[in-house]
Design a protein around this ligand. Structure first.
Ligand SMILES: [Zn+2]
Ligand SMILES: [Zn+2]
Length: 383
């Protein structure tokens, strides 16, 4: 079944992109005010808005810097001009570009297709306008690296594709759809070292995860659930029906299955007090300070006060909300399970399932309830 509504959603939310194109904010963490762009794979034509400026031959580079409210372009150290915005368009579909931040310095990394540069708060906003499938390939390689497990790669490809299409408006105020960080999905570069990724992209092209109402699901995922996923309703108060809690034994030997952290007992007592747990000091017994969860809980209840576990996780930068707390002399020990929010697919569990011979669809249906895989019906440029 083709999902024609996806076309309209993407058009509405991504501005001037066509439906199979994604707008991704690059170098979102560094936010540089000076970058170097290197044309690779083909020549690039540079525009300011619709006005053509000049062509950059393959392997040539320009340096773009924020200067007094404009973007100054230098080639071979010579100023080519200053502009309000810049659009670098590939002259062939095999084009890709390399970009690095000069201030602050970032590694030189390759990305497919086109890029737009504009100014935001004296920094350069970098938006990669990229074919959906090429973007998904970059995400799959960034998220799960160099695995050769084809069914795992396929599951991650379908998941990443569904995620970006169902979060088209996540960064609408910044004029792009998704950022390149784990806030959305890791997108460190184009796919460049794992040929198995491109094979998984080809065999799942256009495939997305839908619920029983034929709507794409939000497709959340995380590194390791610690043995039990949590429903979106329980942690985000968002009713995502496909994300019911699942007992997951597949991830228990994963590298992020357990973690430990500690703070001082004094800081923990202070924290409880400022969050409404305020008995007399004599009542601050170890049992009041401790906490255990056999199965995942939403809040820590102490003398009638509920503190959301999500808040504790954020306040103490913990790896998950699935933790126990105990006292050891002057310290408070957190012993935790899993890494990430715990909603939807567990990547380390999925990896184990794939290595045991489960298919991509088995994996997706284990973590998401009552879903099926559909064809989004896009057409893509050839590569
Ligand atoms: Zn984001
Ligand atoms: Zn898990």
């Amino acid at each position: 079944m083709k999902l024609s509504f996806l076309f309209f959603i993407s058009i509405l939310l991504s501005g001037h992109c066509d439906a199979s194109t994604v707008r991704v904010g690059l170098l979102s963490k560094a936010l540089p005010n000076s970058v170097t762009f290197i044309a690779s794979g083909s020549s690039y034509t540079i525009y300011e808005g619709k006005k053509m400026l000049f062509t950059l031959h393959q392997d040539e580079s320009v340096r773009v810097e924020y200067k007094s409210g404009k973007l100054q372009v230098k080639k071979f150290g010579k100023v080519k001009g200053t502009f309000k915005n810049l659009i670098f368009k590939e002259d062939s579909v095999i084009g890709f570009f390399r970009i690095r931040g000069n201030r602050p310095e970032t590694p030189t990394l390759p990305y497919d297709d086109n890029v737009e540069l504009s100014i935001h708060e004296k920094r350069i906003r970098i938006i990669n306008v990229v074919d959906l499938e090429k973007y998904v390939a970059g995400v799959v390689e960034s998220e799960i690296g160099n695995t050769k497990l084809q069914e795992l790669l396929k599951a991650q490809a379908i998941l990443a594709r569904t995620f970006v299409l169902s979060h088209s408006d996540r960064h609408a105020e910044e004029n792009f759809s998704v950022c390149d960080l784990s806030h959305c999905q890791a997108y460190n570069s184009r796919s460049r070292f794992n040929a198995a990724v491109l094979q998984a992209i080809d065999s799942t092209r256009n495939k997305v995860i839908c619920d029983t109402l034929n709507s794409m699901i939000a497709a959340p995922y995380h590194s390791n659930c610690g043995g039990q996923t949590i429903s979106a309703m329980d942690i985000w108060t968002t009713p995502l029906l496909s994300t019911q809690s699942v007992i997951d034994t597949f991830c228990l030997s994963g590298s992020h299955a357990t973690w430990n952290s500690s703070i001082s007992k004094k800081d923990w007592i202070h924290y409880l007090k400022i969050n409404g747990v305020n008995p007399t000091d004599s009542l601050m017994t170890d049992s009041l300070l401790c906490f255990a969860q056999e199965e995942r809980m939403i809040c820590m209840n102490k003398v009638g006060t509920n503190i959301p576990l999500r808040k504790i996780r954020e306040d103490f930068h913990l790896k998950s909300t699935f933790f126990n707390i105990c006292i050891a002399e002057d310290s408070v020990l957190f012993s935790g399970r899993g890494f990430g929010h715990g909603v939807g697919l567990c990547q380390e569990g999925a990896m184990q399932m794939a290595s045991l011979g489960f298919s991509a669809i088995d994996i997706l249906r284990f973590y998401f309830k009552d879903v099926r895989i559909e064809d989004a019906g896009f057409t893509h440029e050839n590569k």
